[in-house]
Design a protein around this ligand. Structure first.
Ligand code: E4P
Length: 236
């Protein structure tokens, strides 16, 4: 399963991109609105410079001509831009037209398997089922991911990728991977929780303290390396 970062914050994207595990970024109007004063186009362009993979930019229009106009404009900004379109009848109509034009789309606000199937049939590149928001209303968000993955696998002609969205905690990440989601888009805080384990921290602390207690006539790895280079020079 690939991991996208679910944020419009450039500092967060820079920090997590340095881990070398990011395959893309998703933004939405709420995430962009948090970045007060940032220009939408420049933010998307900068994200495309930081991460070499799909970068979702969401339309604001809700009518077909409006969605098409915004989508064509965003798609011209950078080849990695994926136009994020809400799952409405107008949105689906626009997705089918954009698919024929070769414009990549991420159909967002998906809350049912039927909606996902329709997005796939329209030719969406990604469909984003919102796991956390379903959990919030006492439904089983991850069951939706499992259903969609199963349905899409039944039909070889469906090429749409399942993008697990609205991820709220590290367990969601594990379950999305077990369910076979193609991608999970994850907030920075959740990725930072996911990389940590108290036994890793305790284990590292013990390794380092044991190492520091060693007898001083053993060279540390760096000293050993430098010594061996010295010998190589003498031998050479
Ligand atoms: C990403 O594509 C979605 O917009 C995002 O994951 C929604 O997450 P939220 O439900 O935590 O706002």
């Amino acid at each position: 399963m690939k991991i996208f970062l679910d944020t419009a914050n450039l500092d967060e994207i820079r920090e997590i991109a340095a881990w070398g595990i990011l395959s893309g970024v998703t933004t939405n109007p709420s995430l962009l609105a948090k970045e007060q004063g940032a220009d939408f186009r420049e933010t998307i362009a900068e994200i495309c410079r930081l991460v070499n993979g799909p970068v979702s930019a969401e339309v604001i229009a809700t009518d077909v001509p409006g969605v098409l106009a915004e989508a064509r404009e965003y798609a011209a900004w950078h080849p990695n831009v994926v136009v994020k379109i809400p799952l409405t009848p107008n949105g689906i109509s626009a997705v089918s037209i954009l698919a024929r034009e070769g414009i990549k789309t991420n159909v967002t606000l998906c809350f049912s398997a039927n909606q996902a199937l329709l997005a796939a049939l329209a030719g969406a590149t990604f469909v984003s089922p919102f796991v956390g928001r379903l959990d919030d209303i006492s439904e089983d968000g991850m069951a939706l991911i499992r259903d969609i993955v199963k349905i899409f696998r039944n039909y070889a002609y469906i090429k749409t990728h399942v993008l697990a969205a609205s991820i709220r905690h590290p367990r969601h990440l594990v379950e999305a991977a077990l369910a076979g989601a193609d991608v999970a888009t994850v907030p920075t805080a959740v990725l930072k929780q996911a990389i940590k384990h108290p036994l890793t921290d305790a284990g590292l602390e013990k390794f380092l303290s044991d190492w520091n207690k060693r007898s001083t006539n053993h060279a540390n790895p760096r000293e050993r390396l430098e010594n061996s280079r010295g010998f190589a020079k003498i031998r050479g």
